[in-house]
Design a protein around this ligand. Sequence first.
Ligand code: C2E
Ligand code: MG
Ligand code: MG
Length: 560
Amino acid sequence: MGNMIADYEQFDNVLSILAQCTDDYLFIYDLKEDHYKITKRAVDVFKFDEADFYNASEVLHECVYIEDRLMFKTSIEMLKSGETDKHDLEYRWIDKSDNPIWISCRGKIIYDNDRNVHYLVGRIAELGRKNKIDNITGLYREVVLRNDIVNMRRDMVYSGFLLLIGIDNFKDINEHYGKERGNKILHSLAGCIRKCIKSTAKIYRMSGDEIMIFYDDINTTFNEPAKELYKKIRSAVDDMIRENAYELFYTISAGAAYFTENDAGDLNLLDQAEFALRLAKVRGKNMYVKYLQKDYVDYVIKLDMQEHLRKAVENDFEGFELYYQPIVNIEEKSILGAEALLRWRIAGDIVSPGDFIPLLEESGLIIPVGKWVIETAMKQCIKWQKVCPDFRVSINLSFVQIKKSDVLHDIDSCIERLGFQSRNVLFEITESGELEVGFMTKNVLEAFHRRSLNLAIDDFGTGYSNLRYIKDMMFNLVKIDQAFIRGIRDSKYDYMVVKQFTELAHSLNLKVCYEGVETEEDFNCVRELKPDYIQGYYFARPVSSTEFEENYLGKSNLFI
Ligand code: C2E
Ligand code: MG
Ligand code: MG
């Protein structure tokens, strides 16, 4: 059975030292003498006057919450009678302001030399407080924040903000380096934040990698104090990372929501901060975003539009249509073919591709829509080849199609099914950061090359991997971006860039097309530079297939 205790005094000393090492309260209850000793701190919280008292059963009876007294008494009697030697009970004590506090009390009986029940020794933990604190960061949990916000509303506090900090790419960190490293980072971030805030602000651990800071009054000269705080925390994090010789490297983003008197808006404060943080991540991470109603409205509109797009796709691509813009062969003074440009009509209005293509890309809908574009444009081209046997169609491909779908398979099967001549199609790919010449992209581009499918770099000059693309020689055509052509008449620099690039491309046996030639002046200026092709409003705007047939198909010497 239980242990013996030789020297009560010595034991008492050890206990008082241990009491300093924990948030729990430690106690010794001498059941024979009805004498009770507990960690001194307990006196500040609960309804005793001293931490060391006789008449314990009576004093404790007073301290236990009325409803729990019988349970408590029964348990002590079972210990005294030797029925059990362990005490493990959750019940309520009354605090100094007469509120019941849930506690967990665990103890063990110590016997005297005659094996009679003598002491109950154990610890008491405040359950209320334990549940409030997060183990990893030592910060308050989200439930506490929710209570605090309710109180703030009750007290009508309207100057303050919530700042939600998130660790960028936390999921990757956890996956690559393990959860322990993730926890270490969270802990370090909590430390940095503590150093940066004033004592009345509270910090809370939210779900995952997020930490919330709650300022319920703003007393500062900054007009955006949340942003200043974010900057301060960010530089504290940077300093810490440097001091630790980059052992743990991470960046943080933040979203802020300010309290206002009339913010009975669409979102509550927590959701506002959460939304702002999400925006910060979408906009590139390592940055701060303040919640604005307008951003939220835009977001809702975007979701709405995405939903409409999804329905349109489900409804057999309802509302989608291809327009065609002639591409003019300068030397032969003829139409080489046309670029297929996607249009979307909803409720009678035409939405511009600049507005809906990013939504298709984000949702992945560009994959089915892109397939539809390929098939529709090829069918159209076959039809027009009856009039112009060499007619060529240009089709835009999105990086999403290249990275996330088997676009080559789709193209192959379309070519086969329609009996299409593959030399009569050209695929345009916009250079972008999304499509860095990585291993996978390179494989796909090489596969185009092997199949002798024509490829063009679209909007050349706007991205940043341009020379690499050229060097890899997987393209047949370079389409110089409109921005350069627009500047060409006023800027010597733009003029020289276009000139040099055209010569470079030609020396590598690549064809060059200028986009965005709008006026006669533009045309007279650029024709000196000897591009192979020109596409622009000066010759023709993109038009429907019917209009294209009527106005442009088979007409030669129309333009020059
Ligand atoms: P892009 O491929 O560079 O297409 C050329 C864009 O320039 C077209 O805009 C065209 O209308 C416009 N343009 C042509 N000549 C002129 C001119 O002289 N002046 C001006 N200001 N603009 C001119 P659009 O049709 O609005 O298309 C915008 C972009 O949307 C396209 O740029 C392309 O990146 C994308 N896009 C269009 N259709 C598709 C598609 O089927 N699939 C994919 N993935 N993207 C497409
Ligand atoms: Mg294009
Ligand atoms: Mg372009």
